[in-house]
Design a protein around this ligand. Structure first.
Ligand SMILES: Nc1ncnc2c1ncn2[C@@H]1O[C@H](COP(=O)(O)OP(=O)(O)OP(=O)(O)O)[C@@H](O)[C@H]1O
Ligand SMILES: [Mg+2]
Length: 357
């Protein structure tokens, strides 16, 4: 049934409102997934930044190519939104096989993995996202498949069950994880190469943004790219998301040009400040600096002061504040640094012990 116009526009508003809340989250939401496919680099030489990973990967791929063999299994480790899925697709493209995609949470039984593995052809790339969330029996099956290119398919149940060995063609597993520390050592050891993805520099994000704008059919002015890049938390996904908001502003309230005015105004509307902090981040810092003299203050107290759940403060706001050196977690509580005071335009307290330098 076709929905009526008012209902449709309400649902759009709700979707946008939910999205705004997560403007600076590194994790992808539905809108990102829809927009990202068109922006992913398809070849290694189009992939911006991560020079060390690119260099290592191109060596691994070229060597495999020279030997006419599939490359070693590759583990891509790093925070969300830095390009792990993009690299997995690039690897499949460079190897020339087809890409099969699954994820740790999707493979709950060894049988699920056996079904995927039995359809793998020579030179294929099997991409397992969130590989740290694989169920244990599937993980054990994967060890064997990665090392010996073999799986034992169990037929039947109980004492009459028999394992039928199935030989697999040479293929490559590409695993991605945001939590490499959770990966059991035997699984980690079966990857011939681990790529550690790092946050992007502002200059690299400017290149990502300029490229994305071009693919979206727009021209991003360099000053606007600089502004967006400096607030994107070192993460291409966030940079691309901010670019879409700047485009919205330019189209609806500006001249259509992606210039400095549009960038500044859009970032202002969405309350993203010059260091990439949003409203909640600033509220946490303000509470710490203004109400509690810089801390140390317990997480629950900070959360009550900003009207949020402790878990939200801990998982949404704190990681970036700590990474930026604006806040420190100590055994006695949260402490604002001198940088936090100066970011808020406040004078740091002078009494020793109040402030974590
Ligand atoms: N090096 C890069 N150059 C250009 N664009 C990039 C680069 N890395 C990532 N991107 C863009 O950022 C977006 C997010 O990247 P991707 O989905 O690969 O991240 P991810 O590491 O897999 O994230 P997650 O951990 O959430 O799965 C993609 O749309 C891609 O266009
Ligand atoms: Mg991904």
């Amino acid at each position: 049934m076709r929905c009526s116009a008012p209902l449709c526009s309400t649902s759009v508003v709700v979707a946008v409102a939910e999205h705004e809340d997560h403007l600076l989250a590194a994790e992808a939401d539905e809108l990102d997934r829809a927009a990202e496919a068109a922006l992913r680099p398809r070849r290694l030489d189009e992939f911006i930044g991560q020079p060390v990973v690119r260099d290592q990967l191109s060596l691994v791929l070229d060597a495999a190519n020279a030997r006419s063999k599939p490359p070693d299994h590759v583990l891509l480790a790093g925070p969300p939104g830095l390009g792990k899925t993009t690299l997995a697709m690039i690897i499949a493209g460079e190897v020339g096989g087809s890409l099969k995609i699954t994820s740790g949470p999707a493979v709950q039984h060894a049988g699920d993995l056996a079904a995927i593995l039995s359809s793998v052809q020579e030179q294929d790339v099997l991409f397992i996202d969130e590989i740290h969330r694989l169920a244990r029996p599937a993980e054990e099956m994967l060890y064997l498949a990665m090392e010996d290119f073999r799986v034992d398919v169990v037929v039947g149940k109980g004492p009459g069950a028999t394992a039928i060995p199935l030989t697999l063609p040479p293929f490559t597993v590409v695993g991605a994880t945001t939590r490499s520390g959770l990966l059991p050592a035997p699984l980690r050891d079966r990857f011939g190469f681990t790529a550690h993805m790092d946050f992007y520099s502002e200059a690299e994000l400017e290149l990502v943004l300029t490229r994305s704008a071009r693919l979206l059919g727009a021209e991003l002015q360099p000053e606007a790219a600089t502004q967006i890049a400096s607030r994107a938390r070192g993460t291409p996904r966030i940079a691309n998301r901010l670019l879409r908001r700047v485009q919205d502003w330019a189209q609806v309230r500006g001249t259509g040009a992606l210039d400095l005015d549009a960038a500044m105004a859009a970032l202002d509307v969405f309350e993203v400040d010059r260091r990439g902090l949003d409203r909640l981040d600033r509220a946490v810092l303000r509470a710490l600096c203004e109400r509690f003299g810089g801390g140390p203050t317990g997480l629950t107290t900070v959360a009550v002061a900003v009207g949020e759940e402790p878990e939200t403060v801990e998982t949404v706001a704190e990681p970036f504040l700590v990474r930026e050196g604006l806040m420190v977690r100590t055994p006695r509580g949260r402490v604002a640094t001198a940088a936090a005071f100066s970011h808020l335009g406040l004078t740091p307290p002078t009494s020793p012990g109040m402030l974590w330098e």
